[in-house]
Write a protein that binds this ligand. Structure first.
Ligand code: MN
Length: 434
């Protein structure tokens, strides 16, 4: 391996690990830590990461221990972000060299930034915050999915079990099967909240109907969207989480809440739906561990999977037949485009439930790396992208004013179905994606 390449790997690892360090939740890993240099072995099999910690001997030792215990996560995430074929085994060592003046300034800058940024919470501080609040209203997003509803209802149960009044804002767009599981937790008439929580809501444009008035008044948002646009007084955003349900699960545990079957069911729904039954690329070992724990707390995975993924209504089957017959494969079969008009929805008598997860059909054909689902909703055109690692869906949709995750994102357009198809195809050409 040439020294130029190794030098690049060292630089990239240093940059990525520095970013990732900030996401380590271990309390031993404080803001006074930074990576000084990385030395990767010529065979790329291992790397020594020199860490500088401002503080006494004990603080330094604890910090290295904290980082070492997170090394599996750091290595895995670094591998994912750097797309290295092989990521070196990481060893973290304290850097005892004399800390340079600029380095100290950097550290102080970082601490200052942290102080400025009291808005950013981690699950530990979010749990502490929630414990001090009462009369809580929990909001879900527009076009509610299993993650936003499951997470919100689970949070309501957890907070209620601590003796608090905590309810869901009634999102009228909920599908029948989600509504059935959430309605027991809807806020009663005349409920006046003293604390407002937004769950899985990446942007204030995504507040559900009737909840817009709260958009400027959210005390805490809990979210996992990498494109999260700050709107709340505090935000606990963990972009590494496959589902918001994973973060809520952490918070619920940190609040010392007993996980009942009902709570486990709701969080299992949140996690299994946002990962497409653990099939999507956002799924991590952590996701499976959490799902396994939820099963051990009684989550009825069999019934949930049957209800959400296996059984299909007659309307859904008719819808799938209609959509697949119109599937357009272009760019040498690498892009799959499906469309759904309001007319087809009417004709098949499909309900909100029947439409759930339908966007996945755009990627079912072998060889498709970007799936595009375009449909009419309430007079507007909604575009959903599902991609593999070759396309960044969030960036693609940001061009059209939308957002989401790297592998799944969406946007809204003001045009006809066929114009939307054209716009998407033109953009793919402009970006020379394929
Ligand atoms: Mn989600």
């Amino acid at each position: 391996m040439g020294s130029v390449r190794i030098g690049r790997v060292n630089d990239e690892l240093m940059k990525t690990l520095s970013e990732l360090l900030r996401t380590v939740r271990d309390p031993r890993v404080t803001g006074l830590v930074s990576i000084v240099r990385v030395e990767t072995a010529p065979d790329l099999g291992s790397a020594r990461v020199y860490v500088s910690v401002l503080g006494d001997e004990n603080a330094r030792r604890d910090c290295i221990k904290g980082i070492t215990s997170a090394s599996g996560y750091l290595r895995r995430e670094a591998a994912r972000r750097l797309r290295l074929r092989y990521t070196p085994e990481l060893t973290f060592v304290a850097d005892d060299s004399i800390v340079s003046g600029t380095h100290i300034m950097e550290l102080i800058d970082n601490v200052a930034k942290k102080d400025d940024d009291k808005r950013k919470l981690i699950p530990e501080t979010a749990a502490e915050f929630l414990k001090t609040r009462d009369d809580i209203l929990i909001l879900t997003h527009k076009s509610p999915d299993g993650d936003t509803v499951g997470s919100a209802a689970a949070l309501a149960i957890a907070l209620s079990s601590l003796g608090k009044r905590a309810y869901l804002f009634e999102n009228t767009e909920m599908s029948a099967r989600l509504r059935r599981r959430a309605k027991a937790y809807f806020a009663p008439e005349g409920f006046v909240p003293k604390c407002v929580i937004a769950v899985d809501i990446a942007d204030k444009k995504l507040f559900c109907e009737g909840a817009e008035e709260f958009a400027e008044n959210v005390d805490l948002s809990i979210d996992h969207h990498i494109t999260h646009k700050p709107y709340s007084r505090r935000a606990c955003v963990v972009a590494e989480s496959a589902a918001c349900g994973e973060i809520v699960y952490d918070i619920v545990k940190l609040m010392g809440v007993k996980i009942t079957k009902k709570l486990a069911d709701l969080l299992y729904i949140a996690i299994s739906t946002d990962t497409g039954r653990f099939l999507h690329a956002n799924t991590t070992p952590e996701t499976h561990i959490k799902a396994a724990e939820l099963i051990s707390h009684g989550a009825d995975f069999e019934a949930i999977n049957r209800e959400f993924f296996v059984e299909k209504s007659a309307a859904r089957l008719a819808l799938e037949a209609e959509i697949l017959s119109g599937l357009k494969l272009c760019f040498g079969g690498k892009v799959g485009i499906i469309t759904l008009s309001a007319e087809t929805i009417r004709k098949t008598k499909a309900t909100e439930d029947d439409l759930e997860g339908i966007s996945a059909l755009a990627r079912v054909a072998k060889g498709v790396s970007l799936g595009v689902y375009i449909h009419e909703k309430n007079g507007a055109i909604k575009v959903s992208l599902r991609s593999d690692e070759r396309v960044n869906s969030a960036e693609f949709c940001a061009f059209f004013g939308g957002g989401g995750h790297e592998r799944a994102a969406g946007c809204t357009m003001d045009c006809t179905l066929s114009e939307a198809v054209e716009k998407i195809v033109t953009r793919i050409e402009e970006l020379q994606l394929f």
